[in-house]
Design a protein around this ligand. Sequence first.
Ligand code: GUN
Length: 284
Amino acid sequence: MIISGKELSSKLKTDMRDEVSTFTEKYGRVPHLVVILVGDDPASVSYVTGKAKASEFVGIRNTTIRKPETISEDELLELIRRLNADDSVDGILVQLPLPEHISEAKVIETIDKSKDVDGFHPLNVAALWQKQPCTLPCTPKGIIKMLKAAGVEIKGKRAVVIGRSNIVGLPVAKLLLDENATVTIAHSRTADLPAVTREADILVVAIGKPRFVTADMVSEGAAVIDVGVNRDPETGKLCGDVDFADIEPKASVITPVPGGVGPMTISCLMENTIECFLRKTASR
Ligand code: GUN
């Protein structure tokens, strides 16, 4: 079974649109998400456009601020501080990656924790690992929603995550652990990786290498979640980290690229923006 992130995301966004349509009457305004894009990397431009389109659909106010590649770190941090202080802004997202002269760590920690819709702020990350209330990072949150929607039992299962990034690998491993899976975090240097991944009931791949996971690495009936977004070196088309054609017949469920995890990341961003808005308006 192919899990359509696109379909599930569409359903979630429709439900959120209904919820947001009541906000003006209840709270006097709708949530406001500000997205900052530095430079003009085509992939980042496309992600940011997707976020603006989803906001429009859900009824969230979206401001996309584009800055040139040459913006200084100080200027960017100052912009973030202004948005932190702006009461009309509920969520702030700075699209990553950033140019080398700007510290991503500084940018992330400058965003006010209460407006950190990505869930990347160190205080949000700490809260996640300490089982405190927090904003969950969008991609890991979307992956858990997809597994649940597909009826995949997580509790008691063996999950293997390939990749250990702050954005996906580490937090998705933590969320799977919280769902009572037994989790192994593997990476490109894991010795005999196929032997490790063949043990997985649930395999999450976030390594950023086209067709890295081949059929011999997947056991019959595994649930396979492909977080990769790559260009196929032969065709130039978008492809995942998983050799989809070879693995799809073996997997019980599998996510396609495009149309799998990507759309879920965006709908979870909408959800996080609404959560930040409600936390603020409810605390008044
Ligand atoms: N670049 C790739 N994925 C993400 C994401 O989830 N958030 C941000 N801010 N940048 C990204």
